[in-house]
Design a protein around this ligand. Structure first.
Ligand code: SF4
Length: 72
């Protein structure tokens, strides 16, 4: 079941880490990152990337809507 990915526009600091690491999933709109695709195949590497976001702004949910990232 696919996951959903979004960037919290209010939280994003525009560091560029996400878009630099995964341009297949993240891009930039002005000074903030955006997800260029909303549905992705399950991807553990993306959870690790979300952990590196300095603003915990990468929001990932599984197919049932359960929050996978940001992790506590
Ligand atoms: S890593 Fe986080 S703070 Fe940096 S651009 Fe991506 S979402 Fe924004």
């Amino acid at each position: 079941m696919s996951w959903s990915v979004k960037v919290d526009q209010d939280a994003c600091l525009g560091s560029g880490i996400c878009a630099g690491s995964r341009p297949d999933i993240f891009g930039f709109h002005g000074t903030h990152a955006v997800a260029v695709t909303e549905r992705i195949d399950p991807d553990e590497d993306l959870l690790d990337l979300a952990d590196t976001c300095p603003a915990a702004a990468i929001l990932i949910r599984d197919g049932s809507g359960a929050e996978l990232a940001p992790r506590p």
